[in-house]
Design a protein around this ligand. Sequence first.
Ligand code: PRX
Length: 632
Amino acid sequence: MSFLLKTPAEYQEAYRQSILHPEAFWENIANAYTWRKPWNDVLSWDFHNPNISWFEGATLNITENCLDRHIEQLGNQPALIWEPNDPKEQSRQFTYSELLEEVNRMANILLALGVKTGDRVCIYLPMIPELSFAVLACARIGAIHSVVFAGFSAQSLADRITDAQAEWVITADGQYRGAKQIPLKAIVDEALEISTGVKAVVVVNRLNWPLHLKPGRDYAYADLIKNVTNFCEPVERSSEDILFILYTSGSTGKPKGVVHTCGGYMVYAGYTFANVFQCDAPGKIFWCTADIGWITGHSYLLYGALLQGATTVMFEGIPTWPDAGRFWQIIDKHRVEIFYTAPTAIRSLMAQGIDPVLSYSLHTLKILGSVGEPINVEAWQWYHAHIGKGKCPIVDTWWQTETGGIMISTIAGVTEAPPATAGHPLPGIQPVLLDAMGTEITEDTGEGNLAIRFPWPGMLRGTYGDPERFRLSYFATYPGYYFTGDGARREPGGLYRILGRVDDVINVSGHRLGTAEIENAINLCPGVIESAVVGFPHEIKGQGIYAFVVLDNSIPEMELIYDQIMEGVASGIGRMAKPDKIQLVTGLPKTRSGKIMRRILRKIAEGEINNLGDISTLLDPNLVGEIIEGRI
Ligand code: PRX
């Protein structure tokens, strides 16, 4: 593959070219893919009134690049290996030819139901092969997929269906998660009481539960598949047509529908997958443990891996069931060569001790990856020593839902960075550090807010249905730059260390949550007047959720309030957003203009009570002492 960087000098030269001649650089990479029509213009952009377009005029279908173009050479090679929740159940494998057929069947089902190009299809499925088929089937027929992680509640699902105006839903009867069985169709039914406008629901059978199908709306996948063929012509799409929407949290209460388009996203997912993971020869076995409900699942488990002809592993279950050796057993079973997971999983397995690892050889592993949150040095060292046996490079990949693909990372075995330092920007990526005034920090080393100065093909093109939110969220804080919301440190040699979010977003077990969303859910609980949520360092989850809650006097049984808040958050957002700590307070520290001083609450939650800064401007400075006293 011509664009593969094999030495530090090749990386440096590619980086240099990508800055000097970005259009020629990306054009050369794009040429490695199959397009129906060539582009007229490689790039046009404006970061002030944000508008970004890559490969304008070109047409393509991403599934033709992920599947069809591999068939001749790799038709019989496994494309997808699916490992079920329960190790006693058989895993399933699909060759590239078989995967194409399954995708075509699903695509024909959607067409038969009446799904048209540009329609939004909401996918709310567990990690089963049909989830991959569904995503690719949408892409094949030019429908826009909006995958919603199956841990989100009915309310969250409804909000996402409404925002995207999705008319079609694909779900399952339920899902396995370790020893538990969790309903999904019932959650969809509840969501569709809130969000109207869905024309049809396709229900995949996973748990063999009786299907309660609403006549005229719900259809069993098992029935529909009997009437379709395994051939479906891919729809020709413009480079800038929307490929998918993926909702993510921001500083405000309402999740944003991040929009990615076809051409640039494909080029960037493929290029970064091939280089960061050095996946040069087809057939390498890659396992990304992320759920397809998150961007990592989209860009690397699915699109990136298939674009480059790898074999991708998809796991339905959880790392600790039936025991804490499950990940390591799967690596041996499927001979995984490249393993990509989140620090939170590493930390939780590390906490189980070394014994579960020792039963497995892990000798097939060549490259390890980390994503989603800063990895602490201790976890990095454990991962390196015990999983990589000291011989596998670790790529600590920094990126975001919005960036579409990896932005800052070492290239496995090619470039290096010390533990817990993401590394250099990838070719084409121009990071800058800005001070509070928005001035670029130009010294070799320094710390500031991380922004990007120049577009890259994988970047988001908008927030669905809300261009102003797109501008305000990413381009208004520092005019002329894309602002990431992260803080970072530049270290000698131009290496970047990511310090975490500088906005009101917290990263809990790699799940990105807005504090405002959690507060909204808490505030809806009976008896709650107001609340403030902040993050605090958590040994396993990275960050935990600390809620300060003010109640009125109407609560008869105080003990019940904790359960009610937990339940309120679980039903408002999902189980993953439940607070780790709830402190009842008589008031929140506010400025005289009524603004909650989160900085102070953050310090209290972090235990930094001797370093609260100036509190004299508070409306009621005495409150702070009271809150510190009640600290959990
Ligand atoms: O704070 C950064 C953190 O995760 C945020 C993006 O979250 P999300 O959009 O859900 O995407 C996660 C998967 C790409 C970032 O703003 N983050 C992601 N990767 C890293 C990271 N923080 C430190 N190091 C990383 N490698």
